[in-house]
Write a protein that binds this ligand. Structure first.
Ligand SMILES: Cc1cc2nc3c(=O)[nH]c(=O)nc-3n(C[C@H](O)[C@H](O)[C@H](O)COP(=O)(O)OP(=O)(O)OC[C@H]3O[C@@H](n4cnc5c(N)ncnc54)[C@H](O)[C@@H]3O)c2cc1C
Length: 297
């Protein structure tokens, strides 16, 4: 019996190692690609909101950046305080085909007084400036908008907070590659202070007939209400989505904090949307999206 288990584990391990080698090889042979980590220079650093800052990264030794699919992410490897290194993933927030990768990072603060702030996000916000060098892994990830599939169905991009980063890349790419497709961009933010890409989205919505943008604030301030910088108040939920889109039959891509993801995921399941039309990225482990059991098991 033990012999059979050990053979099964060995078999599975070989499949995984083989797959890892294959991905490594694909990154290496891709035009402008590389395997492992490569040095990039911070070419621009721009505040998108009080908590989110974008970093424009260009290959340190020159040359172009590789193609990627909108929605994919890169991995940064940075020095850790104990003298080793630590890695974090960041979705690419600009469209492919630019001379840079753009990542947009939320500065994570400790959840309670006395708890430490997020290490890498604060290192990037406070310690990394234009001209500095960062170690970057090649773009990867299974959450992406496949622009070769020319669907007639509307595209619905839904984001909460910093979950806007992959949907922003999808939006910019879809507007370019499928300029006639109906696109609904629904974003949840706390308020105007944390609302990233506000002006870009406002300008796109004003200039593109096929794009509808709706922003809902859960903690709007009096200043937000006075300046009319958002569309509604509350949480992004099924009734809001349904009130904005022409029919439930759409391709949905969504990314955001856990309660937001759980609600939208279960709403789409309840509507009977086929799994092939539901795409999601969660910036934490995916099993965290299960609804809590009513009885502890
Ligand atoms: C596929 C993918 C794409 C992503 N894309 C983006 C993106 O585009 N933009 C983005 O901003 N993020 C993105 N993330 C999240 C990102 O990878 C990091 O997880 C995030 O930046 C936090 O990292 P950190 O090092 O700052 O925080 P960490 O140091 O990892 O801490 C995480 C949280 O725990 C808290 N914490 C730390 N130590 C303690 C403690 N002892 N007690 C209590 N609390 C503690 C911190 O305050 C922080 O809130 C993505 C993640 C994935 C998986």
């Amino acid at each position: 019996m033990i012999q059979a288990w050990s053979e099964a584990y060995g078999f599975l391990a070989n499949i995984l190692i083989g797959r890892e080698r294959e991905i490594y090889h694909q990154h290496q042979i891709a035009p402008n690609g590389w395997a492992g980590f490569k040095k990039f220079r911070v070419a621009r650093k721009e505040m998108e909101s009080e908590v989110i800052t974008s970093f424009y990264l260009e290959p340190q030794e020159g040359g172009a950046v590789p193609a990627f699919m909108p929605g994919q992410y890169i991995t940064l490897r940075v020095p850790s305080p104990c003298g080793h290194t630590t890695m974090r993933n960041y979705s690419l927030s600009d469209k492919p085909g630019q001379p840079h990768f753009r990542i947009s990072v939320k500065r994570e603060t400790g959840p309670e007084a006395g708890t430490p702030d997020g290490f890498v996000s604060n290192f990037l916000h406070q310690g990394v400036n234009v001209g500095d060098s960062l170690e970057v892994g090649p773009p990867c990830g299974e959450f992406f908008l496949d622009l070769t599939e020319k669907h007639q169905r509307p595209l619905v991009l839904i984001s909460g907070g910093v979950g806007i980063t992959p949907t922003m890349s999808m939006l910019l790419s879809a507007l370019e590659v499928t300029p006639d497709r109906e696109i609904y961009f629904i974003h949840a933010a706390l308020n105007g202070r944390t609302h990233a890409f506000k002006n870009t989205l406002r300008d796109l919505a004003a200039s593109r007939k096929n794009l509808k943008v709706h922003t809902r604030y859960s903690e709007a301030t009096d200043g937000d209400r006075a300046t009319n910088g958002f569309d509604s108040e509350g949480f992004v939920d099924g009734p809001l989505i349904e009130s904005l889109i022409p029919s439930r039959d759409a391709d949905y891509y969504f990314c955001g904090p856990k309660p937001f993801m759980v609600n939208i995921y279960h709403q789409l399941l309840e509507w009977g949307i086929p799994a092939t039309q539901v795409h999601l990225e969660f910036f934490g482990p995916r099993q965290g999206l299960q609804k809590p059991a009513t009885c502890p098991v």
